[in-house]
Design a protein around this ligand. Structure first.
Ligand SMILES: *Cc1c(COP(=O)(O)O)cnc(C)c1O
Length: 439
């Protein structure tokens, strides 16, 4: 039961559109009342009604070490005691930048406050550096709510985009080309037609915002190569994957092995340790274009905030190989058990994973390589599964188009709690009227 959440949701809707400050939290895709969380500890969340849940959202990725990690809290507490913002340089932001530079291919980095700000700034910098305007992105990849990145594919491939939401000027969307992910021919065609105007191509390093849809082998290397061939910049968005899928993010298992480097990368989520901190960085000659060193303007009152950077630095310093090994192990255990429970209940599904990020597409779904295949999943079956898990005290992402996330604080007791919830949830999924039945 959750009467308190219901009451708070009513109060929230009176003063905030839809009752939430970020749309996916509203449970619109799955129905029901979003749970108002009161506290988090390790792998667990507790809502305002006193129900507890094993958290498989982890704040949509940031909480790699789990909630309220004592050493992160100690760093944050010490930082807060020294004052919360000065609007001057501080030593912690330098140390965080050094940590990011040490782990990733970026030579220089600029700290900002959200992933949206990171991608927005990276695109401005790419445009300023190249003197070109057009941006290429992939359908189903999310890069925050930047105007030019909220574009949908126009009619026909390699044509300029149209606004994906009211409020984005047609002129802004028209500077964006939207292509199917993993489709080399579409990328070749777009560059052949518009190559001289393309400032950059931006991609999720491994998409997690349409469910987990990894790049086909060599796809990122191909993107890096074609960008360089046409004098465009390759922007790898690691806001979700950065410092989560490995100590050096997706690049650590991709470019570092294959021998290529993005021109610019964007980071967020894990590097903020649960606070608003994000970053963009890359080639030193490109970053040198940024103000105050160069002419491309970019700024932020709270950029490099001393409390947020203390949380991020503590998190990254604690994110050792042991942590990644534990997170990978937990993800493999839970994802395989979920898949086995669904198979045992006769529920068709497809498990996809990229390291410790994974998601399940329900229904008879071909390997999901792009947004079009992701959309063939049966979201009604997911909804039945989601609510059964929630009732059993497991908090899954409230949308079928999201990655599930675990943390190093998911101990054996938390994992067992998830495993115990699976058979009944699989049975609920088996009993759900699938979309195909109702057609
Ligand atoms: C979350 C996310 C963003 C946006 O970050 P915010 O901090 O929500 O603005 C950008 N890119 C990717 C890949 C993300 O997952």
């Amino acid at each position: 039961m959750h009467p308190e959440s219901e009451q708070w949701f009513e109060r929230a809707r009176a003063v905030t559109p839809g009752g939430v400050n970020s749309p996916v939290r509203a449970f619109a895709a799955v129905g029901g009342t979003p749970r108002f969380m009161a506290s988090g500890q390790g792998a667990w969340l507790t809502d305002v009604d006193g129900n507890s849940y094993v958290d498989l959202v982890c704040s949509w990725g940031p909480m790699l070490l789990g909630h309220a990690h004592p050493e992160v809290l100690a760093s944050v507490g010490a930082a807060i005691a020294r004052g919360t913002s000065y609007g001057t340089p501080t030593t912690t932001e330098v140390e965080l930048a050094e940590e990011i530079v040490a782990r990733t291919p970026v030579e220089q980095v600029r700290l900002v406050s959200s992933g949206t700000e990171a991608t927005m700034s990276a695109i401005r910098l790419a445009r300023g550096f190249t003197g070109r305007d057009v941006v290429v992105k992939f359908s189903g990849c999310y890069h925050g709510h930047v105007d030019s990145l909220l574009a949908s594919a126009g009619s026909g491939l390699a044509t300029l985009g149209v606004s994906a939401t009211p409020g984005v000027p047609a002129s802004s969307a028209a500077q964006t080309i939207v292509l199917p992910f993993n489709d080399r021919a579409a990328v070749e065609a777009a560059f052949a037609e518009h190559g001289a105007s393309i400032a950059c191509l931006i991609t999720e390093a491994s998409p997690g915002n349409m469910g987990v849809v990894p790049p086909l082998p060599g796809f990122n290397a191909f993107l890096a190569e074609i960008c360089s061939r046409y004098g465009a910049l390759f922007v790898s968005d690691e806001v979700m994957t950065g410092f989560r899928v490995s100590r050096s993010g997706q690049w650590g298992t991709d470019g570092a092995v294959e021998g290529w480097v993005p021109d610019l990368s964007t980071f967020g989520k894990v590097m903020g340790g649960g606070f608003p901190a994000a970053a963009f960085g890359g080639r030193a000659d490109v970053m040198a274009m940024l103000s105050p060193q160069g002419p491309v303007y970019q700024a932020g009152t709270l950029s490099g905030n001393p409390v947020a950077t203390a949380a991020g630095l503590a998190t990254l310093r604690l994110a050792t190989e042991d942590v990644y090994a534990r997170v990978d192990h937990v993800a493999a255990t839970i994802s395989q058990a979920a898949s086995e429970a669904l198979s045992a209940a006769g529920v068709p599904h497809r498990l996809q994973s990229n390291g410790n990020m994974f998601s399940i597409f329900f229904g008879e779904v071909a390997p999901v390589v792009d947004y079009a295949t992701a959309q063939t999943q049966d979201t009604d079956v997911f909804t039945a599964f989601f609510h059964a898990m929630l009732d059993a005290g497991v908090y899954l992402p409230p949308s079928a188009y999201e990655s599930w996330f675990v943390s190093s604080a998911h101990d054996d007791r938390a994992v067992q709690h998830v495993l115990d919830a699976l058979p009944a949830a699989a049975a609920a999924a088996a009993a759900a009227p699938s979309r195909k039945d109702t057609r």
